[in-house]
Design a protein around this ligand. Sequence first.
Ligand SMILES: Nc1ncnc2c1ncn2[C@@H]1O[C@H](COP(=O)(O)OP(=O)(O)OP(=O)(O)O)[C@@H](O)[C@H]1O
Ligand SMILES: [Mg+2]
Length: 271
Amino acid sequence: MNGEAESFMEEREHLMKLTKVIAVTSLKGGVGKTTSAVNIAACFAGRGLTTLLLDMDPHTGASLHLGLDFKNLELTAYDLLLDPDIVLRDVVCKTHWENLYLVPSTGTLSELDTRLEGQVGREQRLSEKFQDNLNTYDAVVIDAPPVASLLLYNVLCAARFAVVPFRTDYMSTKAIDDMNRLVKGVAKRLNPDIDILGYFGTMYDRRTKESEACMKEMKDLYGKKVFDTVIPSNAVLARAARHGAPGIEYARDSEGARSYEQLSDEILSRC
Ligand SMILES: Nc1ncnc2c1ncn2[C@@H]1O[C@H](COP(=O)(O)OP(=O)(O)OP(=O)(O)O)[C@@H](O)[C@H]1O
Ligand SMILES: [Mg+2]
């Protein structure tokens, strides 16, 4: 192997070792961000990747979904972002599943905008905390909030990749445009490394023409950026949350679980 090829291989090996930081994000509410973040993280963990699920939504959906015991909670994402002395490992909780770790959130996270108002570099709080300890994890999956807030800017500044779910209905493409614009703005001004890895359809109902039409429209508009995998509408995925488990653990043989396994493979091969 000549010197150039060798250094290319070294660079590639280095990149492969970097933690994959993936934000599941959309500016539209209720499109399946939390369900997807939880299941993708659980799929990664199931493949032997040490995975951190970071709950960055004050509604605490991802933390609830993993059956977190809020009574014994000491530190959360809020403390991580606010307190300069708190490092990532201080806020990481174990979960019931091997290789899967959680940074929980609570409602107080919604106070972040006010608490950090006027502070320089407030969008970079999370990415700064990622500078240490991050290589403990093979992957970090972030459940992002649905509004363009300081919290979301922190998510997008810390992420290398964004994956964007869309409900397979008529209103979806508009929300994708908004998300694209936001990521472009962040890439230009705050985090040049961020890239949209792809879009994926959720809650697909094969009995309706609407779901099919929406997928076609998305593929026409965004081509290969749309993942091949489509997440079906599957009540098991919603029921799993009530049982404090990711759908892929609660009902491994369900259509929903299988679709998230497939999507996670696609995501990993694109990273
Ligand atoms: N594939 C699916 N099939 C059936 N129900 C689903 C599916 N995905 C998500 N749901 C349900 O749809 C609702 C919204 O999903 P979820 O909370 O994941 O969306 P979200 O984008 O995180 O919402 P928010 O913007 O409020 O954070 C939840 O009740 C969830 O259980
Ligand atoms: Mg959510």
